[in-house]
Design a protein. Structure first.
Ligand SMILES: *Cc1c(COP(=O)(O)O)cnc(C)c1O
Length: 371
């Protein structure tokens, strides 16, 4: 493996779309915690979710998320299970069920597409804009988004992980509750959290392993929620129990805590994280743009994602060769999502600028040999 270096806890660089790369220092702490969490004398895999130690983990994690995003006290910070997919249902079950006013949804790619049928099950829905006919290669401009004042809420995905499309502005009207799936760019940049009524993000793209989903929500958004929801699917159950309604994923939550400590102490906050993420993304986009068509970026330049750089090569055969050689050279996770193929370099928080530089060197060399 050429990118191997001493002290790195894994042999390959991880460009996977998710579960994604985590900081090396976090992985080393997790190894230690699996052997023993010093304060408890126990392996984290066997620590009770009712312990004081775990209550302190939840409490510090909540505080760290509030600090990183500058969240005001009127937001609840919940740690739930079921992934972002469960939020596709939980959101309309609480906010749309029994309503006559439609919720407005944007259909900007693979993941927002998955949210639509779940919402339709619960109530009326209006798709304000769809990029499907155009193959999801761009996002709408404001002049293409006729939002209405009487919508139940607006739902959109801030970063379309599969297609590599990202909104670089907040959408919608201030008098309609905004709901956003930030699964693949949460804590990668400042997000003006106070302009959203509900934000959800599972951990496994940017902030931890699979198994835990962060939900930030304002009380008022639940004002008219139905009273007969299953307890597990009712946000109020999790609010009342401080995210300890049933056995939570203790290990996954602990890893997210370690990532937030790393963001605060080692990186210096989400604005600094954003600068680093932009450097990584710009390095790759410059390379695509300067390759004279050898590498072809998928997304319209204005809507390019800072997290997922999706591109194609001249032919499927050349793409296969690229992916095989990249894997042999130590770059893992580069095949595009099975829905669209191609190549996708996911460059989440945990992946270093140095790793992206190594990939860029490989890509330039590959082009020299095959261009
Ligand atoms: C990966 C992803 C999902 C799906 O998440 P699960 O945790 O697997 O349910 C949803 N939305 C976005 C934006 C994603 O990137």
């Amino acid at each position: 493996m050429s990118p191997h270096s001493p002290g790195r806890p894994q042999n390959r660089l991880n460009f996977s779309g998710g579960p994604g790369a985590l900081p090396a220092s976090v992985l080393l702490q997790v190894q230690q915690a699996i052997a023993e969490v010093p304060e408890t004398g126990l392996s984290i895999l066997g620590i009770s979710h009712r312990s004081d130690w775990f209550a302190a983990v939840i409490s510090e994690l909540e505080t760290n998320i509030r600090t990183l995003l500058g969240l005001s006290a009127d937001y609840h910070v919940l740690l739930l299970q079921g992934g972002a997919t469960q939020q596709f249902s939980m959101v309309p079950m609480s906010l749309l069920h029994g309503k006559t006013r439609p919720a407005e949804y944007l259909h900007t790619g693979y993941w927002s597409g998955k949210s639509l049928p779940e919402a339709r099950r619960e109530g009326p829905l209006r798709v304000v804009w769809s990029g499907e006919a155009g193959g999801f290669r761009r996002l709408p401009g404001d002049d293409e988004l006729p939002f209405s004042a009487d919508a139940a809420y607006l739902h959109y995905v801030s970063n379309e992980t599969v297609e590599g499309l990202q909104f670089h502005r907040v959408l919608g009207r201030d008098d309609v509750p905004r709901v956003c799936d930030m699964s693949s760019d949460f804590l990668s940049r400042p997000c003006e959290a106070s302009r959203f009524s509900l934000i959800y993000a599972h951990a496994q793209k940017n902030i931890g392993p699979a198994g835990v989903t962060v939900v930030l929500l304002r009380d008022e958004v639940l004002r008219n929620a139905p009273d007969d929801l299953p307890g597990f699917l009712d946000y109020r159950s999790h609010i009342e129990t401080h995210s300890n309604f049933n056995t939570p994923p203790v290990l996954a939550i602990y890893v997210v805590l370690l990532v937030t400590r790393w963001l605060i102490d080692d990186i210096g906050g989400v604005a600094r994280m954003d600068q680093i993420n932009r450097q990584k993304a710009e390095l790759l986009y410059r390379l695509l743009d300067g390759s004279h068509g050898f590498y072809r970026g998928r997304a319209a330049a204005r809507d390019r994602s800072m997290m997922n750089v999706a591109f194609n090569l001249g032919s499927p055969a050349l793409e296969q060769q690229f992916l095989a050689e990249a894997l042999a050279a130590g770059f893992s996770g580069l095949p595009g999502h099975r829905a669209i193929g191609g190549v996708r370099a996911s460059i989440y928080n945990g992946l270093t600028l140095a790793a992206v530089e190594e990939l860029a060197v490989f890509m330039e060399d590959f082009q020299r040999r095959h261009g």
